[in-house]
Write a protein that binds this ligand. Sequence first.
Ligand SMILES: NC(=O)c1ccc[n+]([C@@H]2O[C@H](COP(=O)([O-])OP(=O)(O)OC[C@H]3O[C@@H](n4cnc5c(N)ncnc54)[C@H](O)[C@@H]3O)[C@@H](O)[C@H]2O)c1
Length: 370
Amino acid sequence: MRKVNGCDGYFVYYRMVLIMKLIDVNAKTSSYRVIISAGLMNDASTYIKKVTNAVNIAVITDDKVDELYSNQVVNVLSKSGFKVCKFVFKHGENSKNMQTVTDMLEFFAEHNLTRTDCIVALGGGITGDMAGFASAVYLRGIDFVQMPTTFLAAVDSSVGGKTGVNLKSGKNLSGAFHQPRLVLCDINSFNTLPDSVFAEGLAEAVKYGVICDERLFDRFSGDIKGSLEEIIAGCVQIKADIVSHDEFDRGERQLLNFGHTIGHAIEKVSDFKIPHGFAVGIGMVMISKAAYRLGFSEYDCSEPIMSVLTKNGIPVEFNCTAQELYNVMIKDKKRSGNSIKLVLPQKIGKCFLYETNVASMYDFLNEAMR
Ligand SMILES: NC(=O)c1ccc[n+]([C@@H]2O[C@H](COP(=O)([O-])OP(=O)(O)OC[C@H]3O[C@@H](n4cnc5c(N)ncnc54)[C@H](O)[C@@H]3O)[C@@H](O)[C@H]2O)c1
């Protein structure tokens, strides 16, 4: 938190009051609020009590976030009367699998969680995706609250109800739609994020600008850390609007996959050494380049995208062959039968869905990589 003339406390209050952002997500299956502000962790129980009558709360977190924030959250929840237990898993994409979710489910049962109890996902996208999935299947569905601690989770994964795990064949191949009851985004938690993890979230945030908001895209050339609440709120509002029209990913929501079809393949080919956000960044550049060269775009959108990404320390290239990526992409779950839907930019601020046969993906990859 910045200091202003030594009036730290006053400034914190001023910032809290003025910069708390509230966004309502009205999905078909449920409605919930996303709250974005600095210092929210300390008030977690106040907000959580408004959405649940739970007696028990299971906090799910990874080992890194556990060291940083779980004591604070567990204490706040315990002090307000919840009976709190905590499940910690090893951070990283290698943990995002059925075994970890099975361990969570056994943990819930051992701690006698009932259908009216609640799960709190405290962490990044991996924590939220797995805790959400475990909540979707435990006793056929119990409430969960997202407390995103990465920029990526804040702008993307904590909202919209997509939960799941990876299979050996690829990313997020198993999962469920299960909306959270509440999303509490404490932007102070980003202070401890390594630069590279922050930058990953930025790539997903840039995606929103490219798909439907040129003004949001332009913000990424300015002071990002100084307007985090506004940027996160801008991204979340776009996602909320899209999810309210297409919760189950049958149409418009697929626009959010911009950069992801190639991005997921990059993650897999790199054996997850390229993390999700960076892979999406490279995927956005590649698909934009290919779209322009194949005549789908008004201009080469890969140029402004690359400029924003490199300015923020996000890689824009990955060294592999088109064949390697293609082999992985034909297993992408967004494929239906022999066709695949690609998200292509017409220009910055406007993307569209383009359905093509899987084989023609090879042409896109070749164009992107030549
Ligand atoms: N469900 C969706 O709609 C959706 C959307 C986009 C991405 N995703 C998924 O999200 C995942 C990526 O999310 P991520 O980038 O948040 O990864 P992550 O959860 O692994 O977090 C990244 C790293 O940052 C650490 N970390 C988290 N918060 C921290 C903090 N405040 N300070 C210091 N370190 C912290 C974590 O321990 C981890 O090592 C991928 O698995 C992706 O598939 C899901």
